[in-house]
Design a protein around this ligand. Structure first.
Ligand code: OAD
Length: 249
C-alpha cells in the first residue's frame, strides 16, 4: 500500500462518517468532460486575457470582444456530457452530500442529476437581454452564436450569457446559501479548483473554521493543500470520485 492508497482510505472513512457534506467544484471537475480550465497549460486565460475579455466593462464598451470569448466557451459546453465523477457525486447524496456549490458555468452537475446545485458564477446555458432583461435558452440561439453573430432580443438589445464576469457582483442569495452550506457542513469536498478566485476561494476556510474537515481532489497542490486540507487526493476528479463511491456500493 502506498501513500495515496492510505489517503484514499482516509477519504473513504471521512465520507462514510460525515453527516453533512458540502461540495465545491471548479473547472478541473469538467476537464474530463472536454472543457478547458482557465489557468495552467491549455487554459482559457492563455488564449484570452481575462482582464481584457472577461469583464463587465468590456461587455458594455466592446460586446464583440466579449462574444469572442463567450462563443468559444458556449461551443465547448453546449453538448458536453458529465463524466463518472459527476455520477459519483449524485450517488454520494445518499452518504450526506446535500449541496453542490460550483464555480462552473457548464450545467454538468444538473445534467448528471445532482439535486441541489448552487451555481455561484451563473450559467452559460441561459442568456439575458442586457436592455430589457428577458431570458432565453442559449441552445435556441446557438446557430447565430456559432456563426459569430451576437444574439439579439426582440427589443433590439443584445444578449449575454447569465455567467458572471469580473467586476460583477455574484447573486447574493446563491452566495448566502453557499456560505450557509459551507458553515453547516462537517466535510467539504473541494474538487478541481485552483482556489484563487474570491469569494469562492474562501468557502473552504469558512467551512474549516466552522469545524468541517476538508477533502481536496486536484491534479496539483493549491493554496489550500498545505494550509487547510486534511486529506489531499492527488489525481483526476473522475477517478478519485469513483474510488469514493465504489466503497459504498
Ligand atoms: P482554474 O482553471 O483556475 O483551476 C482548475 C484547477 O483544476 C487547477 O487547480 C488544476 O490543477 C485542476 N485540475 C485540472 N484538471 C483536473 C482534473 N482532471 N481533475 C482534478 N483537478 C484538475 O479553475 P477554477 O478554480 O474553477 O471565473 O477558476 C475559478 C474561476 O476563475 C472561474 O470560475 C472563472 C475563472 O476566472 C470567472 O470567469 C468569473
Amino acid at each position: 500500500m502506498d501513500e495515496s492508497d492510505e489517503e484514499i482510505d482516509r477519504a473513504i472513512e471521512a465520507v462514510g462518517s460525515a453527516d453533512k457534506i458540502a461540495v465545491l467544484t471548479g473547472a478541473g471537475m469538467s476537464v474530463e468532460s472536454g472543457i478547458a480550465p482557465f489557468r495552467g497549460e491549455g487554459g482559457l486565460w492563455e488564449k484570452f486575457d481575462a482582464e481584457e475579455y472577461a469583464t463587465i466593462n468590456t461587455l458594455h464598451k466592446n460586446p464583440e470582444k466579449s462574444w469572442e470569448l463567450f462563443k468559444v466557451q458556449i461551443e465547448e459546453v453546449i453538448d458536453a456530457e458529465p463524466h463518472e465523477g459527476y455520477d459519483a457525486l449524485v450517488e454520494l447524496e445518499k452518504k450526506g452530500v446535500d449541496e453542490v456549490i460550483t464555480q462552473n458555468v457548464d450545467g454538468l452537475h444538473e445534467k448528471a442529476g445532482s439535486s441541489d446545485v448552487l451555481e455561484l458564477h451563473g450559467t452559460l446555458l441561459e442568456l439575458s437581454c442586457i436592455d430589457c432583461g428577458n431570458g432565453f435558452r442559449t441552445r435556441d440561439h446557438f446557430s447565430d452564436i456559432s456563426e459569430g453573430k451576437i444574439p439579439k432580443c426582440e427589443c433590439g438589445g443584445i444578449m449575454r450569457p447569465d455567467a458572471a464576469l469580473f467586476g460583477e457582483q455574484l447573486d447574493p442569495s446563491v452566495m448566502e446559501r453557499s456560505l450557509y452550506a459551507a458553515r453547516e457542513s462537517d466535510l467539504m469536498l473541494v474538487i478541481g479548483t485552483s482556489a484563487v478566485v474570491q469569494p469562492a476561494a474562501s468557502l473552504p476556510s469558512m467551512a474549516k473554521r466552522s469545524g468541517a474537515d476538508i477533502l481536496e481532489i486536484n491534479l496539483d497542490s493549491t493554496p489550500l493543500t498545505q494550509s487547510i486540507s486534511d486529506i489531499f487526493l492527488k489525481g483526476k476528479a473522475a477517478k478519485m470520485l469513483s474510488y469514493l463511491v465504489d466503497e459504498f456500493d
